[in-house]
Design a protein around this ligand. Structure first.
Ligand code: NDP
Length: 433
């Protein structure tokens, strides 16, 4: 805490992992001897830089850019870039730390990293977004590469931003190095299903958790928070799997639609018009918009928080449990507070932590890297099948590890222990580096 003062989200993420791995250290004293925990909590490299840019009126702005290259024991650093005014070192480090274990859980050869800027893309024109991305990459390009560090998108960074970032990387380096970024458009090396992957993967993971209890999505009412990339494709897949999403949100409030959210309308509003979710209720009869309230007050059997960290607290958990919620799958990173996680676990709710439930995004990014390396392009069906199999495997690993350590059904412990031991074993073999 002293060394990472004020980085509250980072402390929260580290505490959550360390609370799970006591039994691992008892079983593997060599991890303690070689100070694996101390090493794993210290990023290999942290980069902070100035991002100057000019808005459409000619006014100059200065933002702060970050890249935390956390752990490369298993492969090149891999993790998204977030553009949001709340971004600072503590958020980038919490995300980077989580990413290490998530990536290890996928079974694919990728290390952990994360980055971003305290830039607010809301209300900015396309030209302003382009100029910001170009300035950001003008510094970032020195630190990344296909074999070094491979960023992707996150909050505020989608296909449009990845395009501008890749364009500038290519221009500065004079290298058509497709594998340097993932989440690219199909026209310049992107992979089919990457856009959908985190949301689809989360729905697949929850499907596995439900199946483990003899349940399915069929006939279930589902609430999803957010209405960005993860939320949209979670909703799409939940509908395909037989559930009905009755509410989704953004930072201004939520929409409730008992007939089932019209996902195409949400795509139109969020991906094309880039407007607020309130507009949904204006265009869809029977739907209502509720400003400034928590979406978790809408009754459901399955909750899928897909917006941001600490968006589902103890009071929300109590409401969900009272309303008969039986499963929670985290599409976002650390959206559920530690108190709320405890409430769900004590109430016997199946709880899928983000490290496992939202690993489909980064897993499909690794598939994009494979395609770029082989100059190949796979079909949608093939890539989706691979994604579904990866999510089944992630679920099976969490499930089996929790059983092995005497905590059946505890996916938090299963994910943390499995991810940690994969990385720790590699670190031991790589020597003191
Ligand atoms: P988007 O920017 O596409 O969407 C974010 C959504 O969350 C928007 O609806 C946004 O509403 C809402 N939101 C963001 N910040 C806040 C806030 N402080 N309070 C309330 N609502 C907020 O991002 P993604 O869908 O890509 O990411 C969502 C979550 O999923 C993040 O936690 C991210 O780290 C995680 N994730 C994403 C992956 C990916 O592949 N994209 C992979 C794995 C995890 P508004 O527009 O009003 O801000």
């Amino acid at each position: 805490v002293q060394r990472n003062r004020g980085e509250t989200e980072f402390h929260q993420a580290v505490r959550e992992v360390l609370e799970s791995i006591g039994p691992v250290i008892d079983k593997h004293p060599e991890y303690a001897d070689q100070k694996i925990i101390e090493r794993i909590c210290e990023p290999e490299r942290q980069i902070t830089f100035r991002v100057p840019w000019e808005d459409d009126r000619g006014e100059v702005h200065i933002n702060r850019g970050f890249r935390v290259e956390f752990n490369s024991a298993l492969g090149p650093y891999k993790g998204g870039l977030r553009f949001h005014p709340s971004v600072y070192q503590g958020i980038v480090k919490f995300l980077g730390f989580e990413q290490i274990f998530k990536n290890a859980l996928t079974g694919l050869p990728i290390g952990g990293g994360k980055g971003g800027a305290d830039f607010d893309p809301k209300g900015r024109s396309d030209r302003e977004i382009m100029r910001f991305c170009q300035s950001f990459m003008t510094e970032l390009h020195r630190h990344i590469g296909e074999y070094t560090d491979v960023p992707a998108g996150d909050i505020g960074v989608g296909g449009r931003e990845i395009g501008y970032l890749f364009g500038q990387y290519k221009r500065i380096t004079n290298r058509y190095e497709s594998g340097v970024l993932t989440g690219k458009h199909l026209s310049f090396g992107g992979a089919r299903v990457r856009t959908e992957a985190t949301g689809y993967g989360c729905a697949f993971f929850v499907q596995e958790m439900l199946a483990a209890r003899g349940e399915s999505f069929e006939g279930k009412q589902v609430v999803v928070s957010g209405s960005g990339n993860v939320a949209i494709y979670t909703m799409e897949k939940v509908h395909q799997l037989g559930g009905t999403v009755v509410a989704c949100s953004d930072s201004s409030g939520y929409v409730h639609d008992e007939n089932g959210i019209d996902v195409e309308l949400v795509k139109q509003l969020k991906e094309v018009e880039r407007t607020r979710i309130a507009a949904y209720a204006e265009r869809r009869s029977g739907a209502k918009f509720v400003a400034d309230r928590s979406v978790w007050e809408v009754p459901c059997q399955v909750a899928m928080p897909s917006a941001t960290q600490n968006e589902l607290g103890a009071d929300d958990a109590a409401t969900l449990i009272a309303n008969g919620c039986i499963a929670v799958g985290e599409g976002a990173n650390m959206p559920t507070t530690p108190e709320a996680v405890r409430s769900f676990q004590e109430a016997g709710v199946a709880f899928g932590p983000g490290k496992a439930a939202n690993a489909g995004g980064v897993a499909t990014s690794a598939l994009e890297m494979q395609q770029n390396a082989s100059r190949d392009s796979w079909s949608f069906e093939f890539t989706e099948q691979r994604l579904q199999q990866i999510m089944k495997d992630v679920h099976a690993r969490c499930y089996a590890t929790a059983e092995e350590y005497g905590m059946p059904g505890n996916y938090v412990a299963g994910a943390n222990i499995n991810g940690f031991t994969n990385v720790a074993d590699a670190m031991l073999r790589l020597g003191l580096i």
